[in-house]
Design a protein around this ligand. Structure first.
Ligand SMILES: [Zn+2]
Ligand SMILES: [Zn+2]
Length: 487
């Protein structure tokens, strides 16, 4: 008998590509535990993120909204105060807030902080340690992890060095970057161990109250510079060159995290929680491991970086071993939870749709394309259909700050039937296809900008950054304000 309010756990394995898991076709048995979960659960085969960097993707996973709608279009230290205020002034509600209101205890094992903390009773990764454990952890484990993390970046820096030109004027900026990278990685290194994250989660689960709980776990091992013990690295025969070494390290980090996902599931089993807990396994984006001339990083809107795994495990309520094809995005998760729990939300709340009908019945998924954006390294947006990927530079230039060049051009079009690897740009050969997809993409952008601006207008302007709207956006905005009764 399924409880009315199952526990809900979301596992985000940062930068994990769908294709590198066994249950998405990778040979060599890299992920036996996740594959076993997939066999007992539901697998969405064509899940895409809505952004290719962590902050925006997580905000989108947790809000059911595209970043353009919730307002969070930047990442890390690029997020401005105005932008953050803008997010707070939209009607965006995050999963922890929604579930808290529904009576859940809300817990996150993560360090991203800032707005990500909204709605959590317990957010962080402090664990109860005896004095000896604490001494060992701070004087030995933590410095070791940190050094490994910094050294791990060296081959990647070396790969990019030839194409990065710098000028004297960049020195101050460069030093600032070094400092922010230092602060960032100091925190990240603490959490870049799936064993540690899982230990904290197990402690939180064992100490749960009688309320149902929502637990968000953020695993970082699969993010550059990739973290795995040597025994896991050796399984993948790392070569001497950087590319083969780093690819082996990526695979090792997947197997290492998979082992700890297995430990988490055995805790759920021991605690008698396995059948009545909905566990979602996904990633926030993928990674490019040399494809498209992008090395061990997640910029670019090609499939390597946008196609994510999504496995839902809930034996008491969901079918087992079901695989569902068709376009799904992360923004569909929160609407699914709401339908499952009978939480009513206005239709304008989400850009995504509930997947419950596809999971428990035969309702087909509702999308004929996915929409994905990036802003941090290069300003581009993409629309992917069954037959084409269309990518456009939203600033008209598409300059890649990381590689210091323009990848392909300001527009890119790939014929997925003949070119699934998205390698041959056919924009000039098929201008009519590009034009049609450009129009759809522009319309999607205009609609999302208008949704956001309508919400901001309804809460009054308290000094946020002005956003310039195109004529089409103005038009949609006026209509939307009218529908909402503001004009
Ligand atoms: Zn990420
Ligand atoms: Zn680049």
């Amino acid at each position: 008998m399924a409880q009315a309010k199952p526990n809900i756990i979301i596992l985000v394995l940062d930068a994990l590509r769908a294709r590198n898991l066994g249950c998405y076709g990778m040979p060599g048995n890299p992920s036996p535990n996740i594959d076993a979960v997939a066999k007992r659960g539901v697998v969405f085969e064509d899940t895409y993120s809505s952004f290719n960097t962590t902050d925006q993707s997580l905000t989108s996973i947790m809000s059911g909204r595209y970043p353009r709608h919730n307002g969070m279009m930047n990442h890390g230290d690029k997020v401005s105060k105005e932008e953050w205020e803008r997010l707070n002034r939209t009607d965006t509600r995050l999963t922890a807030e929604v579930l808290k209101e529904a009576g859940y205890d809300t817990i996150a094992v993560d360090w991203m902080g800032r707005w990500h903390k909204r709605g959590y009773d317990n957010y962080g990764y402090e664990i109860d340690r005896a004095a000896v454990g604490r001494l060992k952890y701070y004087s030995f484990d933590l410095p070791k992890q940190y050094i490994e993390y910094m050294v791990g970046h060296l081959p990647i820096l070396e790969l990019y060095a030839p194409q990065r030109k710098s000028e004297k004027g960049d020195l101050v900026k460069g030093l600032k970057d070094v400092w922010s990278t230092f602060m960032f990685s100091r925190r990240l290194a603490q959490l870049q161990d799936a064993g540690f994250v899982t230990d904290v989660a197990r402690e939180r689960i064992r100490n749960r109250s009688d309320n149902p709980f929502f637990l968000f776990l953020h695993y970082w091992d699969t993010h550059t510079p990739y973290h795995c013990p040597n025994s896991y690295l050796k399984r993948y025969n790392p070569g001497k060159d950087h590319n083969s070494y780093l690819t082996a390290k990526y695979m090792g980090s997947i197997s290492y995290t998979d082992y700890h996902v297995g430990r988490l599931f055995s805790t759920l089993h021991k605690e008698g929680l396995l059948n009545d807990t909905l566990v979602v396994i996904t990633s926030d984006h993928g990674d490019s491991l040399t494809e498209h001339g992008i090395y061990f990083d997640h910029h670019g809107l090609y499939k390597e970086t946008t196609h994510c795994p999504m496995v839902l495990h809930y034996p008491n309520r969901f079918p087992q071993g079901k695989r569902i094809p068709g376009f799904v995005q992360h923004i569909d998760l929160l609407p699914t939870f709401c339908e499952l729990l009978g939480i009513e939300m206005p239709e304008s709340q989400f850009d995504g749709h509930s997947l419950l009908g596809s999971i428990t019945g035969d309702r087909p998924v509702e999308r004929d394309h996915v929409f994905i954006e990036e802003s941090y390294v290069q300003k581009k947006a993409a629309l992917r259909t069954d037959t084409y990927t269309y990518i456009k530079a939203t600033d008209g230039e598409g300059w890649c700050n990381y590689c210091q060049k323009v990848h392909v051009g300001t527009e890119e079009l790939y014929d997925l039937e003949n070119d699934p690897g998205e390698e041959n740009d056919v924009t000039s050969e098929r201008p009519e296809v590009a034009a049609e997809l450009r129009e759809r993409l522009d319309h999607t952008i205009a609609e999302l900008d208008a949704k956001r601006e309508a919400e901001l207008a309804s809460t009054g302007d308290d000094g946020g950054e002005d956003v310039e709207l195109s004529a089409e956006e103005e038009e949609i905005l006026k209509k939307r304000l009218k529908d909402l009764g503001y004009m």
